[in-house]
Design a protein around this ligand. Structure first.
Ligand SMILES: [Fe+2]
Length: 101
């Protein structure tokens, strides 16, 4: 399974447990639409589609992970992205790009 599918699977797992508690499905109602638009824009602007896709998948990961306060979800999201991508042995330089996205 490639890195995008691995991250997507982990994200959907977290979104499902968040939905069980809140009734809001972050994946269905928000993130998958952001990912679709991000891929479209990445192609349009000649950006790295893999990096942008991972950034879009992970941009709100802190909220369905119930990690940290909502106002700081971008900071904690980057921290969680860092941990997940390291665990999957994603290259260090690419991890920094994803965190900036
Ligand atoms: Fe978002």
């Amino acid at each position: 399974m490639d890195i995008i599918n691995q991250i997507q699977e982990e994200l959907i797992k977290r979104c499902n447990s968040y939905e069980a508690k809140t009734g809001y499905n972050y994946w269905e109602d928000h993130i998958k639409h952001v990912v679709r638009n991000a891929i479209e824009l990445a192609k349009q602007y000649g950006a790295d589609v893999e990096i942008v896709t991972l950034g879009a998948l992970l941009h709100d990961i802190a909220t369905p992970s119930e990690y940290g306060p909502m106002e700081e979800h971008h900071i904690y999201g980057a921290k969680i992205a860092d941990e997940l991508l390291h665990k999957l042995n994603y290259p260090e330089n690419k991890i920094e790009h994803v965190k900036n996205v």
